[in-house]
Ligand binder design. Structure first.
Ligand code: CAA
Length: 283
């Protein structure tokens, strides 16, 4: 199926990054958020990153202007009525996602594919809320979206091969490398990454080493670009906890129990970079 127009729902860090790469790849994009201030911030970030790309001579001024011209915004889901693909990137909460998918199922054209950027919620469950489960799929981008090459393409139980192939090709058109993944808690990326981060938090909790030293071990010892605690702050500690809880509940295995220190930080509102404090402090 030919995809021309894409709606991205959620103008946060992930949604605005997804909208940017889609517009840069030549698609017409509607960035949607019910919060007008978030929408403005998301569009502002895209413009800033495109300006930086011009300064770095990765694109020219015309590319930037053409990308921005392909990008519009809307605070209503009604704008999905002429879209061929919708990529949802709202918060990791099943009730919120369920409401979005049920509305989209009514508004988006019958041929449209409904994709979710969920980092761990079951695609099969989200698909079952719609009357088009064969056209529902996971499209899990990594943060920061404009830089990271991976997209996990997750098939729900009822996702059709045609939907999978279309999304795989879109990911390639966006300059990404798609990886086919089946629908299990945490998929692949977060099933491996988030327990590693949780273990790093336990290491601090048990007094084995300081936050800085745990990060140094993983940066210098394993060549990770950033230490696990810096990365946790960057992802958001609420998101890290939500994913650990999905793994814990989904597998019913105590090896996935979230570290009490992680829970405590989230309760305190220390959510990482976005709130100015997590394992580190930010200006
Ligand atoms: N948006 C767009 N571009 C960005 C960016 C952002 N938020 N942050 C950095 N960049 C770009 C910079 O512009 C720079 O590009 P140029 O050199 O062409 O200017 C490039 O990335 C490198 O940036 P820096 O030199 O400032 O910093 P760095 O070398 O430390 O790289 C990084 C930054 C790419 C983020 C790197 O630290 C990294 O790879 N970190 C790990 C990221 C990671 O693991 N992501 C996965 C998170 S998990 C996830 O997303 C899944 C989930 O569901 C939780």
């Amino acid at each position: 199926m030919a995809i021309k127009k894409i709606m991205v729902i959620g103008a946060g860090q992930m949604g605005s990054g997804i909208a940017q790469v889609c517009a840069q790849a030549g698609f017409h994009v509607v960035l949607n958020d019910m919060n007008e201030a978030a929408l403005e911030k998301g569009l502002g970030n895209i413009e800033k990153l495109l300006t930086r790309a011009v300064e770095k001579e990765r694109i020219n001024e015309e590319d930037k202007e053409a990308t921005l011209a392909r990008l519009t915004s809307s605070s209503s889901l009604e704008a999905s009525s002429d879209c061929d693909l919708v990529i949802e990137a709202v918060i990791e909460n099943m009730d919120v996602k369920a409401s979005v998918f049920q509305q989209l199922d009514e508004i988006a054209p019958a041929h449209a594919i409904l994709a979710t950027n969920t980092s761990s919620l079951p695609i099969t469950d989200i698909a079952a809320l719609t009357k088009r489960p064969e056209q529902v799929i996971g499209m899990h981008f990594m943060n920061p979206v404009p830089v990271m090459k991976l997209v996990e393409v997750i098939k729900g139980l009822q996702t059709s091969e045609e939907t999978y192939e279309t999304i795989r090709n879109i990911a390639i058109n966006l300059g990404k490398t798609p990886v086919e993944v089946n629908d299990f808690p945490g998929f692949v990326a977060n099933r491996i990454l988030i327990p590693m981060i949780n273990e790093a938090i336990y290491t601090v909790y048990e007094g084995v080493a300081s936050v800085e030293d745990v990060d140094t071990v993983m940066k210098l010892g394993m060549n990770h670009p950033m230490g696990p605690l810096t990365l946790a702050d960057f992802i958001g500690l609420d998101t890290v906890l939500a994913i650990m809880e999905v793994l814990h509940e989904g597998f019913g295995d105590s090896k996935y129990r979230p570290c009490p220190l992680l829970k405590k930080y989230v309760k305190a509102g220390w959510l990482g970079k976005k709130t100015g404090r997590g394992f580190y402090q930010y200006d």
